[in-house]
Write a protein that binds this ligand. Structure first.
Ligand code: CS2
Ligand code: MN
Length: 360
């Protein structure tokens, strides 16, 4: 397991690389060029400069999160070929500088969705991301986008980049006639083009789940259960076509047995990366994010780490979102303190599992 940390770059992350380097056991980043819009080429010069900067801080960057997939590819428009060609150039340029895994998602329009970005947790006064479908019922997609932008402490949130949402209404309309099967067919077209390149250059594509793990605003969503991922793996059967198994995203639906899903895809060698975090269920389609510790949420983090240990021990792991604690102001979900605590806790579980296994 390689413990990693998501970082948004010198210009848009208040967290310093020197701080990340001081988190015990941190090998490197899940990094990105955050100024790139979906569909743009990441040039070799840009990737080289980025990697040199990260390496100078004593950190690795073998995982990129994310190279976003242009909406035209998801919708299967004629312009998709040009964007796929750009995507392939990104893959080749990243591979040259040591990237092994590219995380992305195939969610129409929105990436993750929440109805509150800073819900106060009564027990201790910290706050975290929160979702209640009842609140969503009263909001139009546009209102939710506005609210999310207003609540984000001035940061552009991943998946909520203004350029991506500029033509929101038009894009939503275009999806009205796209069924989940159509979306899967467009997805296959994309994978058939990029996966052979990944095989050639030694990169894995890792698909992040829908978050939350059910359809929203009537949009087709095809990555929120084990069955969905079985279909995705079958779209292009290759060890380079993998899952970014996000425990909190899939785990927002209590029907998803997370340790069992990790074992299933781990045994198939189809886990490219792990996002590990906890959720607290509050009702039907109603949850908030919790601290990583098992006892503070509803996921069994020991069982999760044990499933990783048993079936994909060499994968990349990052503490996904954390709460905002100790008065930290930052990008919702992406503070330094709670994610550092999460990494330390997950490393502790790993050490205990490893020592127990080796003592057998
Ligand atoms: C992330 C996702 O912050 C988050 O919720 O886990 O935004 C993730 O980076 C993307 O879906 C991957 O493309
Ligand atoms: Mn995630």
């Amino acid at each position: 397991m390689k413990m990693t940390f998501r970082w948004y770059g010198e210009d848009s992350d208040p967290i310093k690389l020197s701080q990340i380097k001081q988190i015990p056991g941190m090998s490197g980043l899940m990094g990105l060029l955050d100024y790139k819009a979906a569909g743009e080429v990441w040039t070799e010069e840009e990737v080289k400069a980025y990697m040199e900067h990260v390496h100078a801080a004593g950190l690795e960057c073998e995982v990129i999160e994310s190279v976003n997939v242009h909406e035209d590819i998801k919708m299967g428009l004629p312009t998709r070929d040009e964007y796929i060609a750009n995507y392939i150039t990104c893959i080749r340029n990243l591979a040259k500088y040591g990237v092994k895994v590219i995380i992305y998602n195939f969610m129409p329009v929105f990436d993750w969705l929440r109805t509150d970005l800073a819900r106060v947790i009564d027990e201790d006064g910290s706050n975290s991301l929160y979702f209640d479908e009842k609140d969503l019922g009263e909001m139009t997609p546009l209102e939710l986008v506005r609210k999310t932008a207003e609540d984000s402490n001035g940061f552009t949130l991943p998946g909520w980049e203004p350029e991506r949402l500029a033509e929101l209404e038009k894009t939503l309309k275009q999806y009205e006639n796209i069924t989940p099967d159509d979306l899967r067919a467009n997805y296959k077209y994309f994978l058939d083009a990029v996966i052979p390149v990944c095989e050639e250059v030694g990169v894995k594509m890792a698909c992040h789940p829908d978050d939350p793990a059910w359809p929203i605003f009537g949009l087709p969503r095809i990555a929120h259960s084990q069955e969905d991922y079985d279909k995705i793996c079958a779209l292009h059967d290759s060890p380079a076509n993998t899952v970014c198994l996000c425990t909190g995203s899939l785990g927002s639906n209590p029907d998803n047995d997370i340790p069992a899903i990790i074992r299933h895809f781990g045994e198939m060698d189809r886990i490219g990366a792990m996002h590990v975090r906890n959720v607290k269920f509050l009702g039907h389609h109603h949850f908030r994010e919790a601290a990583h510790l098992s006892s503070t949420g509803d996921l069994d983090m020991f069982a999760i780490m044990k499933a990783i240990y048993d079936t994909c021990p060499d994968t990349y792991v990052r503490p996904d979102h954390g709460r905002m604690i100790w008065g930290e102001v930052g990008r919702p979900g992406y503070g330094l303190y709670d994610r550092a605590l999460g990494a330390t806790y997950l490393n502790g579980l790993w050490e205990a599992i490893d020592k127990m296994e080796n003592a057998k």
